[in-house]
Design a protein around this ligand. Sequence first.
Ligand SMILES: [Zn+2]
Length: 274
Amino acid sequence: MKHTYYYVGIVATLIFIFFNFVACGAQFYKLSLEDDISHELIGSNDPNSEYYGIHTLHGWGANIPMHYQSDPTISQDQLRQIQAGMKTWEFVTGKKLFQYDGVHANTTGDSFPDLYSSLKDQINGNYFDENWNKTGKSDQVLATTIWTNNRDQSLITACDIRYNISKYILGDSLVISSTPDKEVVDLQSLATHELGHLLGLSHVDESYDPNSIMKATVFIGEGLISRKVSALDIARIQKLYGCEGQACDIDALVEKIEYNYEMNHEDFSLISSN
Ligand SMILES: [Zn+2]
């Protein structure tokens, strides 16, 4: 009987994982404030192109570190998890990419009437949306990254990440629990992916780079994390921002990432990025 019970347990777990394999929200929201230019992608959907997986060729350009603010309802733990995602991208470039300017006072995701209006204030925000319906995205969308480009689309000029908290609990999925109404999503995993979009990366095909953080799908649920970036993710982000010091040795970086993942689930605050 015990053996049978175990078998049923495995099946249930597989079904659980299957149903939690959902599309990521930040599909491809490419915005331009100029109506008179081509909306063709600067990057390419061809894996043989050197621009594959890149939506804005020079990212934030000289405007790094890019300044950002957070939703005033964010907890210290949630902020730390988003910043852990930022540290990942900083670790693999050796550069300071992000500068925190505190909370955006009195402004949550619900303060905006729709999805794109949050870009108008020129504040780069990480917002939580309890009223997700008004973004026009389905409940399966975990978060969405929106941005504006300059005229020739070579630079990102403003960006917001909107997180869906109407159906999901965003936090450390190794620690927190789901409720009957809301599923746990690992915030560091989700933020690392969304921050990839924020920096200029688009999705890559799973068959091309199975370990990429920029795959368009993610596992969610208690105990499920995907916080690592792949060697090809590193190569792509370095096309946009270059590298400094030890970050230029991608093979060594990947080894450190694997080691740190085993030890700390990628808490990059514990390793030097000098
Ligand atoms: Zn995405």
